[in-house]
Design a protein around this ligand. Sequence first.
Ligand SMILES: Nc1ncnc2c1ncn2[C@@H]1O[C@H](COP(=O)(O)OP(=O)(O)O)[C@@H](O)[C@H]1O
Ligand SMILES: [Mg+2]
Length: 264
Amino acid sequence: MSESEDILLELEAVTIKFGGVVALDDVSMTIKKGEILGLIGPNGAGKTTCFNVITGVYAATSGTISLDGKSLAKRKRYQITKLGIARTFQNIRLFPSMSALDNVLVGADVHSKVGLLRALFRTPYFRRVEPENKRRAVELLELVGVGAQPDEISVNLSYGDQRRLEIARALATNPKLICLDEPAAGFNPAEKLRLMDLIRQIRDLGFTVLVVEHDMKLVMGVCDRIVVLEFGRKIAEGTPSEIQKNPAVIAAYLGTEEADDDAA
Ligand SMILES: Nc1ncnc2c1ncn2[C@@H]1O[C@H](COP(=O)(O)OP(=O)(O)O)[C@@H](O)[C@H]1O
Ligand SMILES: [Mg+2]
């Protein structure tokens, strides 16, 4: 493959301003097909904003973003999902009163003509979803480790299971790129190890992964490459060992105790 065929997502000189705040400042980066790319940086660095602009929540003030060479400009969120970008959120956003399985089926539904409303109102159509969709949803629940409780109402699942269920729902859209925003937040060390395995498995299944995460052991252990943001600017990029040695990164991030502020 040539260099450009290798690239799945490309940000070119992306800037986002919120009033006087420059949340992303002239950020260029690429994500290669099949890689696990880590996005790190202190709180307020622009990581979640980066996810939001990639997934169409915000429009870039300037700059371009393309997936497989197609510009994402002016596309709505659901169109970007259909093109192949899925995400999880820093704070859990499931349909709390729906079962684990139905939450995943809603994800699978983005590619059918009927949308979320039918799923939410549990129309006969939704109940009749092709057995194939259901089989796949069950497989995804098993992949993420929630396979034993497909019919449990999602709000009754443990916190960790809810986070993993979000990953299953994102995968159900069959994305080219899955973006995970702080997937290990609130996890204990054993859960973090399982999550690292899961992220690798997801990549091995053919998905490309973008992950924002504060836990350095996880980031360094799982990512092929890492991009570092500080005050909205890209200050470094490289392999985990390059990043660990980078003086600018150490000064900006690794050397400082991060306040555990999950406000966004
Ligand atoms: N919708 C918004 N309106 C105004 N400012 C925002 C908005 N979203 C993010 N910001 C600001 O952009 C900066 C980057 O935020 P964010 O992307 O959430 O950082 P991170 O995820 O790296 O902690 C912060 O200064 C934040 O306050
Ligand atoms: Mg954030």
